[in-house]
Design a protein around this ligand. Structure first.
Ligand code: GLN
Length: 483
């Protein structure tokens, strides 16, 4: 069998067009590879038969020169996107056997663009986590290892860990993720990939299993900026079925290729130089500042004074919304049910057995901050601080075009670490949640390595709906990083 390991989405599209191989051959290759790499636990559900059927259709369309943008390209779909007739679990026991009878808009858009689904990727339960260790279906393993300890399995990041690990280990050409507080950018960073969280409202949330509705946003995880731009193009649409879906015109994201850093003002927020920031990450950040300067960008020091409050604000708002969103899992309408004679017992046992520890923790925090007496003290205050965080960005973007920061304070860590204290895990999100709270587009691009040869991602945050500029800056990083 031909080895397709070195393909990107872009090179696969060209290969298919030039008849170097067929989509069926591609799909067969990735099916084999997934089978050989089961230990990484990237997929919750395989959809191999459908994939082969879809590949046959793709090959016909390619022969007839009737191909669409992602015709014949095999991808992974995070198991948070409802797929018609295919089990969708959100990584939870409570949805272990849930088969939706409708399709999420984002996945529909991808199929309508010719993409092919190999399976549903593993994820933290209800997208709550930063290490992919909260899934009911087990931990996902990062295919990358630290140089000095090849035996220790590392986390792929979370919550889109299955997607990131699958793309990084070459089990598919790209994958979808969802990002509420960093779940696309952080795993992309840990697995040496590109992850893009679009502006809130850019991708439809219809059919995405909700975590925190005012923050959830779909986006691509891919090997290159170009692949991410292609996927994003196919994922976005205005959608009447999502009341927060944006009507802004969708640009041609490949126009990022015309973006030049020369003359652009790149903001460096001093508050992101946090105490726990790893030195090697700081070095890569500094390098990138110099690369950007060498391209003619102007570096400006900016301040985002409420950065420090972003994490506690996020960990009030996200659980509050989650507690409302997850109230629907009561054992009556969906998924798992623990049968009991008494209705109250049924509710309690179903939820008690159906949800994992992290989800229960969030639901308890969420209901607490929404309860009478604490609502004003926590939830309303958090909403006010969220406004201040948005204002910080608005002010900053008066004097800069883009903001450059690290994606995470640390690189991928061994499975089992940072697990004793939930706060330690939450600290992982300190650099990604501010853009989420402000609804801004942000990309993470692999920008260097530490001494252990583990990838380090940098984050570029843009103005609302300016995905092109963050892609452009990401593209510059790809060219300047020298690997
Ligand atoms: N790690 C964050 C959390 O656990 C963000 C997760 C996400 O973006 N879905 O909430």
């Amino acid at each position: 069998m031909t080895d397709f390991s070195s393909l990107t989405i872009t090179s696969a599209i060209n290969g298919l067009k030039n008849k170097e191989f067929t989509s069926q051959e591609l799909v067969q290759f990735f099916i084999e590879k997934i089978k050989q790499n089961k230990h990484l636990n990237c997929f919750i559900t395989h959809t191999f038969e459908q994939a082969i059927d879809m590949a046959k259709i793709a090959d016909k369309r390619i022969s007839a020169k009737n191909h669409r943008m992602l015709e014949g390209i095999p991808i992974g779909m995070k198991d948070l996107f409802c797929t018609n007739g295919i089990k969708t679990t959100a990584g939870s026991k409570i949805l272990e056997n849930f088969i939706p009878f409708y399709e999420s808009t984002v996945s529909k858009n991808l199929w309508d663009s010719g993409a092919i689904m190999l399976g549903k990727t593993n994820m933290d339960e209800f997208a709550m986590g930063s290490a992919n260790t909260t899934s009911f279906f087990g931990n996902v393993i990062n295919p990358l290892k630290s140089f000095s300890n090849q035996k220790k399995d590392l986390v792929p990041g979370g919550s889109s860990g299955g997607s990131a690990s699958a793309v990084s280990s070459g089990l598919c050409l790209g994958a979808t993720g969802s990002d509420t507080g960093g779940s696309i950018r952080q795993p992309a960073s840990f697995c040496g990939l590109v992850g893009l969280k679009p502006t809130y409202g850019r991708c439809s949330r219809f059919g995405m299993i909700a975590f925190a509705s005012s923050l959830d946003q779909a986006g691509p995880i891919a090997q290159t900026v170009e692949d991410a731009a292609l996927m994003l193009q196919c994922m976005t649409s205005f959608d009447e079925k999502d009341s927060t879906s944006s009507r802004n015109e969708i640009p041609n994201y490949l126009d990022y290729k015309n973006y030049r850093l020369k003359g652009k003002k790149i903001g460096i927020p001093k508050e992101y130089l946090i105490e726990g920031l790893n030195n090697e990450i700081k070095e890569v950040w500094d390098n990138c500042i110099n690369w950007f300067k060498s391209e003619g960008a102007e570096i400006v020091d900016i301040s985002l004074p409420h950065t420090e409050s972003a994490l506690p604000t996020y960990y009030i708002i996200a659980p509050a919304e989650a507690s409302a969103n997850l109230a629907r899992y009561d054992g009556i309408r969906y998924g798992f049910r623990q049968k009991e004679k008494d209705l109250k017992d049924l509710y309690q046992k179903t939820r008690g057995l159906g949800f994992g520890k992290e989800v229960k923790r969030r639901l308890m925090i969420g209901t607490y901050v929404l309860s009478a007496g604490y609502y004003d003290a926590y939830y309303l205050k958090a909403l006010k601080v969220r406004k201040l965080i948005s204002k910080d960005f608005e002010e900053a973007f008066k004097i800069c075009d883009l903001i450059l920061t690290p994606t995470t304070p640390n690189v991928a860590f061994p499975i089992g670490e940072k697990q004793t204290d939930p706060i330690e895990m939450y600290l992982n999100d300190v650099l990604t949640v501010p853009a989420s709270l402000a609804g801004l587009p942000a990309i993470s691009v692999s920008s260097g390595f530490n001494k252990e040869k583990l990838p380090i991602g940098l984050q570029v945050i843009g103005k609302p709906f300016d995905e092109i500029s963050i892609l452009g800056a990401g593209n510059a990083i790809e060219k300047l990083r020298g690997f």
